[in-house]
Design a protein around this ligand. Structure first.
Ligand code: FPP
Length: 238
């Protein structure tokens, strides 16, 4: 087992869970099976993160671009999300998880929005770990939204243009109350950020692995954390 240095744990880990489709394809199965397996992996990694514990875990579960997938696949992902929110609320409560969603939640069917609200409200006092699901999320859209909110505040006379610093700007992001990710993991061999947490990842360490998301085990997760602990972070200093 890989020993982690408890002094150097990341405060926030973000994950791009990629490769479900390819996992299914390799087995001659429809893509849906890959997503279903992907949810199982997400549950295992959430449990592990909670045990360590990692204070904040953000999972990219659905991008703004994902709406453009075939209607059947979008519907299947909605069903998985619905089931996840229904089944996991008691688990989150038991583990002390505080649940949060970032992204355009208003684009989801009303019943899913209600499930999200319910999970957020009922888990609000969880202190062990914050689990953030990025849903209909896009980094550029988030930054544009922040700019919109700031313009409104300036127009209303609540904020002066000179006051808009990077620190103030971040208060208008979905993640205002969360630390920036220390570590971003992407599975399945793609080495890009794909519009995820663009503003927040300025100094984030990136970890790419060829392992497809359904095959991403607790051990692979620990391997990523171990590698992170070996990195020297300078934040632009010497
Ligand atoms: C990427 O695989 C994955 C997605 C677009 C969906 C991610 C969702 C899950 C893993 C389910 C987790 C959901 C919850 C509710 C926790 P892909 O389809 O892009 O794979 P490919 O690149 O191989 O085609």
């Amino acid at each position: 087992m890989l020993d982690l240095d408890p002094e150097k744990l990341p405060q926030h880990v973000a994950i791009i869970m990629d490769g479900n489709g390819r996992w299914a394809k390799r087995r001659g199965l429809p893509r849906f099976y890959g997503h279903r397996e992907g949810v199982k992996t997400a549950k295992r990694i959430i449990t592990k993160a909670c045990e360590i514990p990692i204070p904040v875990l953000t999972l990219y579960a659905f991008s703004r671009e994902n709406w453009n997938r075939p209607a059947r696949e979008v519907a299947a992902l909605m069903d998985l999300l619905r089931a996840y929110l229904r089944e996991e609320l008691p688990v989150m409560l038991e583990k002390g998880i505080r649940f949060r969603v970032i992204g355009e939640r208003e684009r989801f069917p009303e019943d899913i929005q209600a499930l999200i609200r319910d999970c957020e409200e009922k888990t609000a006092s969880g202190t062990r770990m914050t689990l953030v699901l990025a849903l209909s999320y896009g980094g550029r859209a988030e930054i544009a939204r922040a700019a919109r909110l700031i313009s409104q505040a300036v127009k209303a006379g609540d904020l002066e243009p000179e006051e808009v610093t990077p620190e103030v700007f971040r208060n208008y992001l979905y993640t205002a109350d969360l630390p920036d990710p220390d570590l971003l993991i992407r599975t399945s061999g793609e080495q890009r950020i794909s519009n995820f947490l663009l503003y927040q990842c300025a100094y984030t360490e990136f970890y790419f692995t060829p392992v497809l998301w359904p095959d991403f085990s607790e051990e692979e997760f620990l391997k990523a954390l171990k590698e992170y602990q070996g990195r020297e972070r300078r934040f632009g200093r010497v």
